[in-house]
Design a protein around this ligand. Structure first.
Ligand code: FAD
Ligand code: NAI
Length: 468
């Protein structure tokens, strides 16, 4: 028997799910969320964005204390790493964030139900795992169940020595040698954390480049910087097996195209070859919700599946697996259900790698423009020529702006540099408003700031940058 009736039940409380529920409640819909984790906030808050950024921040300060502060006349001696305390700092950050979501759900009168949800029929969700099973009746369902770690055949993730990001954010000791499989975002972010804390880090990447999808010129310079910091890259290579029988792990590394294997020894192997949509136990095949060939829930432009009244958002559908993309989809679907015109502009979704320096981009890469046959102009400006970067000793990197050759409309902005993740917001706003490179170039930027490099790159599109 259905025990209560809702306008909307959201399954999953990651950035997609909880934001969707909050917006729906704001719009007056009677809303509930179902979450199988003990805490709210999904992958992002519990084991993803938030804990990884806490460790990136802390390890960056550790490295700064050891290397850079002395050059500014601040003598602190040799910093001592207290890893358990650093992990506590990270856990406190997570706790503050997940409690924040709990507070927001309560404040907005969203019913938060702990347990695993399974759709038994359109409009009916069975919740198990926290006391007696119960069935929720609802007009609409949003699937926001997120994603899970992708695995490689033949390599067992034991979460002890062969780990996923879930454990790589919680290691009890700094591994002497860390082997990372995959030069994507997780590999580079968590590889950076452990390198700063003392690991010798080797990254094995299947492709002949790091960060596939990112503008190639930017990715190449980024790789050089990471190499200078001490990370070793093995591109065009694949790990085919990890022997965990001995004291050291022995990874077999082969050329991507096949050939003789070489053994690389490591103390910890981090599997970071992507994530896959998570729909296990949801009952989708039984009720006929269609998935694509990569297991993603297929939705239409209103985020509705092929079964009326069942919607899906976030990592479980197509598109970049990013928290802010999931959030925007959550808002859009809530607004659609509330009778408004929800919309996500997929052309303007920023992407940030939170290493040092950071790599942030929005819009198209040069490779994408070439492939689409779009004629474009390029403006670039290095941080070595930016006054604030010079004085801060953060001169690695550059800004690159791609603008339409005819209309001058900005098509892509790529920033490799300290604080790029904050600077990309300007680029996203400009693109959302359909800015030309001249619009950015003629916008007064405060001096001395790093974003002046964005203005200079915009000037450089028409070869008139001032400080180069
Ligand atoms: P999720 O956050 O995965 O949430 C899904 C929730 O659904 C989970 O809590 C799960 O327990 C619950 N659930 C699943 N099935 C059921 C069920 N049947 N019943 C009840 N509950 C269920 N993105 C960024 O934008 N920036 C970053 O800095 C960033 N860093 C990351 C770092 C790491 C290490 C990782 C792994 C990911 C990172 N991401 C980052 C990606 C980001 O975490 C995801 O894109 C985002 O969490 C997706 O949100 P979501 O709401 O779709 O799903
Ligand atoms: P990813 O898709 O970013 O990178 C995976 C990498 O592994 C790719 O470079 C791929 O070519 C490589 N690879 C695949 N198979 C391989 C093999 N057999 N051998 C060697 N290399 C192989 O995935 P990642 O880093 O696991 O992250 C998962 C998701 O989480 C990403 O899609 C990302 O969007 C999200 N995320 C976002 C962050 C951010 O926004 N800062 C931070 C961390 C994760």
């Amino acid at each position: 028997m259905a025990e209560s009736a809702y306008d909307l039940v959201v399954i999953g409380t990651g950035p997609g799910g909880y934001v969707c529920a909050l917006r729906a409640a704001q719009l007056g819909l009677k809303t509930a969320v179902v979450e199988k984790r003990a805490t709210y906030g999904g992958t992002c808050l519990n084991v993803g964005c938030i804990p990884s950024k806490a460790l990136l921040h802390a390890s960056e300060r550790y490295e700064e204390a050891g290397h850079d502060l002395g050059r500014m006349g601040i003598k602190v001696g040799s910093p001592q790493l207290d890893l358990p305390a650093m992990m506590k700092f990270k856990d406190a950050g997570v706790e503050g964030n997940v409690k924040g979501v709990e507070f927001l759900l309560k404040k907005n009168k969203v019913h938060a139900i702990q347990g695993t949800g399974r759709i038994v029929a359109p409009g009916k969700i069975e919740v198990t795992g926290n006391g007696a099973a119960r069935v929720l009746a609802t007009k609409n369902i949003v699937i926001a169940t997120g994603s899970d770690v992708a695995r490689l055949k033949g390599i067992d993730i034991d979460e002890k020595r062969v780990v996923s990001s879930d454990t790589a954010i919680a290691l009890g000791k700094v591994p002497e040698r860390l082997l990372v499989i995959g030069a994507g975002v997780i590999g580079l972010e968590l590889g950076s954390v452990w390198r700063r804390l003392g690991s010798k880090v080797t990254v094995v990447e299947f492709l002949d480049r790091i960060l596939p999808g990112t503008d190639l010129e930017v990715a190449k310079q980024f790789q050089r910087i990471l190499q200078k910091q001490g990370i070793t890259f093995r591109l065009s290579s694949k790990v085919t097996a990890v022997d965990n029988s001995g004291k050291s792990l022995k990874a077999s590394v082969e050329p991507a195209s096949g050939g003789a294997a070489e053994v690389i020894e490591a103390d910890v192997v981090l599997m970071a070859v992507g994530r896959v949509p998570y729909t296990e136990g949801l009952g989708l095949s039984e009720i006929g919700v269609r998935l694509d060939n990569r297991g993603r829930v297929i939705v239409d432009e209103n985020f509705q599946t092929n079964v009326p009244g069942i919607y899906a958002i976030g990592d479980v559908i197509t598109g970049p697996m990013l928290a802010h993309k999931a959030e925007d989809e959550g808002v859009a679907v809530a607004e659609i259900l509330g009778g408004h015109a929800g919309h996500v502009n997929y052309d303007v979704i920023p992407n940030v790698v939170y290493t040092f320096p950071e790599l942030a981009s929005v819009g198209k890469s040069e490779e994408e423009l070439k492939e689409a046959g779009i004629a474009y102009k390029v403006g670039k400006f290095p941080f070595t020529a930016n006054g604030r970067a010079k004085v801060n000793m953060t001169t690695d990197g550059f800004v690159k702006i791609l603008a339409d050759a005819k209309s001058d409309r900005v098509l892509g902005i790529h920033i490799l540099g300290a604080d790029a993740g904050n600077m990309i917001a300007e680029a996203a706003v400009a693109m959302e408003f359909g800015a030309s490179s001249e619009d950015i170039a003629r916008t007064c930027h405060a001096h001395p700031t790093l974003p002046e490099a964005v203005k200079e790159a915009a000037l450089a599109v028409d070869k008139r940058s001032i400080h180069m």
